[in-house]
Design a protein around this ligand. Structure first.
Ligand code: NAI
Length: 699
């Protein structure tokens, strides 16, 4: 049983005990109803207190039960709340620390609520593409007023209990306790006081109105609709709260249930729930137990103060960890530090960073030209030029100076981490930490696990990733790791589409309409087309079988590297980033088609999206087969946090599962008839073919 029952004098205390946040799983729910039944049967008990053990009153639904029959098994949360309301002795919620989702709905069903200051109070269901489903939309407006309740329900953000308690006319809390430590004791005293004193108050009986009525709700819908494009749940929150103001309580509850159930089946909610789980699962590595000892990281060294080194350093400074940057020459150091300062000063100017915080961060930053000064660092991250020879020099030097047990990381985006590790006599301490540009902004961190990387090193790097607020995903060693290995296939398809008849603008528009932040050609212009050019030149030697459209090379031969040269796939006006379709480029593409003897055909936006996205999916399936990623959710996290894949579609692998792998494989086989592509580009990866044939999904 995950709810304890104890009697203190004439008050029964039911304590939810389902760590970490007293999720309202089946056993906990059963514990509450059984406790209530006992209390009612015991003539010596005059009142009941419900509280939570440890660090929460309750965080709501039990995520371990998500999507399982147990989540809905009776007593479900609605039944538990009805049992609380129906109790003929006063039931007092003793709320502290965390009171969210179903936990808040349970508290709202109680006759009285005593809360500790500092409690985070929220209805966060909207973040999973849902609305509260156990009366939250009907009861919260009755105790906090329509506007405050609606703001909380639409945003899902936590609000502190003391702030809510200070709102005029609020009926959420009957009493504020002195502290979380004393809340149960104070709730017991409160329960004794109210026991036997007439009719028990129920939130459902309170009135629910907004003075402006429908006009207010129209305003709310305009605001919320504008801010929640692609996500249906926020607008439905408004509908549900409006129902609370227009319908009888029980009819409002039925309306809430109807909306909740409909949202449960939307692709957006499915995607958001998938992301919620995938994000948590990403930090778990199958063969690295959670209790693996971690090394202590108190100071960080960064080698190279270029584009990446500066951004990487900022992450650690922001987390309060001292950083020492090493460069070859003083002027490179000065330039790098200058950019870090400029970035922080811009934040101070915008009011996003307080001056004292800025000063504190800069005081944690030091520089050096000498490797000896890195000897005390616990973690050293290399971000020098992308050449194996340069990495060799750096890692040999690090092997000489770094203290025993220091973690040696490389930010390489294309080189073999095992080769880099072999430059040292301590390959177990070497790992890839692949940040994305700009490294102080982008959430993704690919943690590249070498063949000999120690488990404790991996566990430490995953933990430090969390500390610097990144989404850390483990990748095995291969060309491009997870993200860039997949994007390569996507880019190849983008090129083939040009050869066959599409323009860069048509391709970009189609995939941006699908939801990508930026299409492949605008992206190329932003990142620099010369980067891909260099990779293709290398590939021409290493992977001569890999076919590409020649259009991108031709573009680079014209010196059109993108925004930095004022021209790429698009034209750019000086100082502006707007992509203007280029007649010159379009003519270059047409001439190229003529050279190949291709008659251009009209390509639908649907085909463009399918070819780009399924190219990602198929490579993702290969990556799973090869063991480069340990689960499909990891691949989705990479694409959502590092490549601008639309959140509401849940990542490429989840999206493919939603479309149905059978359909994905069938479409790919149809594309395979296209004579322009590599003969085997569209052969479904064996894993994809197998899952499709078995009617299964990637999850
Ligand atoms: P960058 O050219 O901006 O900076 C490299 C810096 O390293 C320069 O300041 C240079 O003076 C310094 N440096 C070179 N050799 C050195 C040595 N032996 N000792 C000390 N300092 C040395 O290059 P960027 O873009 O910062 O790239 C660095 C690494 O990060 C590369 O491995 C790259 O592949 C990787 N990377 C780059 C990304 C990007 O978008 N720029 C994204 C992810 C990874």
């Amino acid at each position: 049983m995950t709810a304890e029952y104890k009697v203190h004098g004439d008050v029964a205390v039911i304590t939810l005990n389902n760590p970490p946040v007293n999720g309202l799983g089946y056993a906990t729910r059963l514990g509450i109803t059984e406790g209530l039944a006992k209390a009612q049967a015991d003539a010596a008990v005059k009142a009941v207190v419900i509280t939570g053990a440890g660090k929460a009153f309750s965080g709501g639904a039990d995520i371990k039960e998500f999507g399982t029959p147990k989540a809905l098994a009776e007593p479900n949360l609605l039944s538990v709340i009805l049992a609380v309301e129906a109790c003929n002795k006063p039931v007092v919620a003793a709320i502290h620390t965390v009171c969210m989702g179903g936990g808040l709905e349970l508290a709202l069903g109680c006759h009285y609520r005593v809360a500790a200051p500092g409690t985070n109070v929220a209805l966060p269901e909207v973040k999973l593409g849902l609305i509260p489903g156990a009366g939250g939309t009907q009861r919260l407006p009755r105790v906090l007023g329509v506007e405050t309740a609606l703001n909380m329900i639409v945003s899902g953000e936590p609000v502190k209990s003391e702030l809510l308690a200070s709102l005029p006319g609020q009926k959420l809390f009957d009493k504020m306790a002195a502290s979380a430590e004393s809340v149960v004791e104070e709730a017991v005293a409160f329960a004794k006081d109210v026991a036997g004193k007439g009719e028990l108050p129920l939130v459902r009986n309170l009135p629910c109105k907004h003075p402006q009525g429908d006009a207010y709700f129209q305003f709310a819908k305009n605001m919320v609709g504008g801010m929640s494009k692609n996500f249906p749940a926020p607008l439905k929150c408004v509908d549900a709260v409006q129902a609370a103001t227009k319908m009888k309580f029980d009819d409002g509850m039925a309306e809430e249930r109807r909306i909740f159930t409909a949202l449960m089946f939307t692709p957006e909610s499915s995607a958001l729930r998938h992301i919620f789980m995938a994000e948590r699962a990403a930090s778990k590595i199958p063969d690295v137990p959670e209790d693996t000892p971690k090394r202590e990281i108190k100071s960080v060294g960064v080698i190279g103060a270029g584009t990446m080194g500066g951004g990487i350093s900022m992450n650690f400074l922001n987390a309060g960890i001292p950083v020492k940057i090493l460069e070859m020459k003083q002027d490179a150091l000065d330039r790098g530090i200058g950019i870090i300062k400029k970035n922080y000063e811009a934040q101070v100017k915008k009011g996003k960073l307080k001056q004292d915080k800025y000063d504190q961060r800069m005081s944690l930053l030091s520089t050096t030209l000498s490797y000896d000064e890195l000897k005390d660092c616990d973690l050293i991250i290399e971000a020098v030029f992308e050449e194996l020879g340069v990495k060799e020099q750096v890692f040999k030097k690090l092997d000489e100076v770094a203290k025993q047990g220091a973690i040696l990381a490389s930010n390489t985006s294309t080189l073999d981490v095992d080769k880099i590790a072999a430059f040292t006599k301590r390959p177990q301490d070497v790992v890839g930490m692949h940040f994305f540009s700009p490294a102080n902004v982008m959430k993704l961190l690919e943690v590249v696990r070498g063949a000999k990387t120690g488990k404790d090193v991996l566990a430490t790097v995953m933990a430090i990733g969390k500390k610097i607020k990144k989404t850390a995903v483990v990748s095995g060693v291969c060309d491009g790791f997870i993200g860039n290995r997949m994007i390569e296939q996507y880019s190849r398809q983008a090129g083939f589409l040009l050869d066959e008849g599409a323009t860069p603008q048509q391709v970009d528009k189609a995939i941006e309409k699908f939801g990508f932040a930026m299409g492949p050609f605008r992206m190329g212009d932003l990142a620099g087309n010369d980067i891909g050019w260099a990779i293709r030149k290398r590939r021409a030697v290493e992977r001569a079988d890999m076919k590409y459209s020649r259009t991108a090379d031709k573009l680079c031969e014209l010196g059109r590297f993108g925004q930095k040269t004022g021209a790429g796939w698009y034209d750019y006006q000086a100082g502006k980033r707007d992509a203007i379709p280029s007649d010159l480029v379009n003519k270059m593409i047409e001439d190229h088609r003529k050279e190949l003897g291709i008659t251009p055909r009209k390509i639908s936006d649907e085909e463009i999206v399918q070819r780009l996205v399924f190219a990602l999916v198929n490579e993702g399936a290969h990556i799973l087969e090869d063991g480069i990623a340990s689960k499909a959710g990891d691949i989705d996290m990479v694409y959502l946090t590092g490549y601008g894949f639309p959140i509401w579609r849940g990542g490429p692998m989840h999206y493919a599962s939603q479309v149905g792998l059978y359909n994905v494989a069938a479409t790919m086989r149809r594309f395979a008839l296209n004579p322009r592509d590599d003969a085997d580009f569209w052969q479904p990866a064996p894993l994809l073919a197998k899952l499709a044939a078995e009617g299964k999904s990637f999850s």
